[in-house]
Design a protein around this ligand. Sequence first.
Ligand SMILES: [Zn+2]
Length: 158
Amino acid sequence: MNSPSNSPDIYEDGPNSEQIICDFKNILDRNNPLEMQEFIENNYPGWLCGVTDEYSHDYSFLANNWKIICDKIKTRPQRIITVKRVFFDKKDNVRHHTIMTFCEELTRKGYVIRRMDEFINCSVCYKALPTYELWEHMKQKGLPVPPEWDTVCSGCKK
Ligand SMILES: [Zn+2]
């Protein structure tokens, strides 16, 4: 059981998952972002990597898409949360129900969940910028990305 492929999955559901989900929903209803972050960190240490208010203005289409999604579900954009991993369990093998519920509930409240290998923070203003790989992918898809990839927003450069 010690081979890497069998190493324990720290993001799997624990024995208290129903209680954890219930507590998490209550915390979200109280609308206390700091309490919410601490709760996630206590239950799944290291999963939550960063929280930022918005996308870099260089990628306004991302903010527009976010707004459209929020309008549809009648909420307002809250924050962008970067996490270590996202999960897509199969119907017959649900092992990450707790963490997937965190994502669903946060999305319903207007948060965006992104993988840490997709987004970095501008080193000046901390707004979210795509990684090089995602920028390249978006460019190939014909999305209106800046012509050059950078680690800071165009408006934050000296
Ligand atoms: Zn910036």
